[in-house]
Design a protein around this ligand. Structure first.
Ligand SMILES: [Zn+2]
Length: 232
C-alpha cells in the first residue's frame, strides 16, 4: 500500500496495490466488494463512513459529508470537511490526486484521466475546496502514480485536444506521447497552489507489476486500485 502525506497525522491518504486485488466498483456486480472490504479492514476503516465516486471520466467533483450516500453517481472527485468520512476513487492508469488543506481541514481526492484533466476536473476540485473555505496557497497536493510520458501514448485523432499544452507533447519513433503530470502541475500552479506544496510519486504503473495497468494488461473487465483520503 502506498501512503501519502505521511507527516500529516490528522489524515489517512493511501492507495491499494495489485496484491490487494481489484477495487473497481462494477454495476450490478458484487465482484471486488470483498477486496474492498478486506482493504478497508487492513487500513482500519471498518465502521467508518466511506463515500465513493462513480468514475465516469468527467469533470464533476462533489462536496460530501457524513450523511451522503455511499456512491456519488457522475462524479470523478470528492471533497469533505467532515471527520471520519473517507473518500474513494479508483484508478488504473489514470492519476489519483490527493488534496489536503490543513488550515481549514479539508480533504479531497480526484481521478485524473486525460479527458477529466482537459475538461477541468482539477479546476472543479479547487472551486469546491474554496467553497468550503479552503485557500489554494495553503493546499498540499500529492500526485499518485499513473502512466508517465514514457507510456502515455495518444493517437493523432485526439492530439488537437491537447492544443493548450504543447509543452507536454513529445514525439518518439513516429508515436505521440503526453506528460499528463506536467499538465496537472501547470493547472495547479495557475489555480494558486504553491510549487513546493506539490509532491509526486513518479512510478510509471505500466512498468511496475505492483499495480494494475489497463493499457499493459488489457483485461476484459477493468481492474483498478483504490485511492482513499479522509480525516481521522
Ligand atoms: Zn512508463
Amino acid at each position: 500500500m502506498l501512503e501519502f502525506f505521511k507527516d500529516q497525522p490528522e489524515i489517512l491518504a493511501v492507495m491499494s496495490e495489485r496484491r490487494d486485488g481489484s477495487m473497481k466498483l462494477l454495476q450490478n456486480s458484487d465482484l471486488n466488494l470483498e477486496n474492498r472490504k478486506n482493504f478497508f479492514q487492513k487500513i482500519n476503516l471498518i465502521g467508518s463512513k466511506i463515500v465513493s465516486a462513480e468514475i465516469v471520466h468527467g469533470k464533476a467533483v462533489e462536496i460530501v459529508n457524513g450523511k451522503s450516500p455511499e456512491l456519488i453517481f457522475g462524479a470523478d472527485g470528492l471533497v469533505t470537511k467532515d471527520k471520519k468520512v473517507f473518500l474513494t476513487v479508483t484508478v488504473a492508469d489514470c492519476i489519483p490526486v490527493y488534496f489536503w488543506e490543513p488550515a481549514q481541514k479539508i480533504v479531497a481526492v480526484v481521478h485524473c484521466g486525460w479527458r477529466g484533466i482537459l475538461s477541468g476536473v482539477i479546476e472543479n476540485a479547487l472551486v469546491k475546496i474554496v467553497a468550503l473555505g479552503g485557500q489554494p496557497e495553503k493546499l498540499k497536493v500529492a500526485l499518485g502514480p499513473g502512466l508517465n510520458a514514457c507510456h502515455f501514448e495518444i493517437k493523432e485523432d485526439v492530439l488537437g485536444e491537447f492544443s493548450k499544452h504543447p509543452e507536454a507533447i513529445s514525439n518518439r519513433g513516429g508515436k505521440i506521447f503526453v506528460d499528463l503530470k506536467s499538465i496537472l502541475r501547470k493547472q495547479l500552479l495557475a489555480l494558486g497552489v504553491e510549487i513546493q506544496s506539490i509532491t509526486s510519486d513518479n512510478t510509471c504503473i505500466f512498468e511496475n507489476e505492483n499495480y494494475f495497468s489497463f493499457r499493459r494488461d488489457k483485461p476484459a473487465t477493468v481492474e483498478a486500485m483504490v485511492a482513499i483520503i479522509g480525516l481521522k
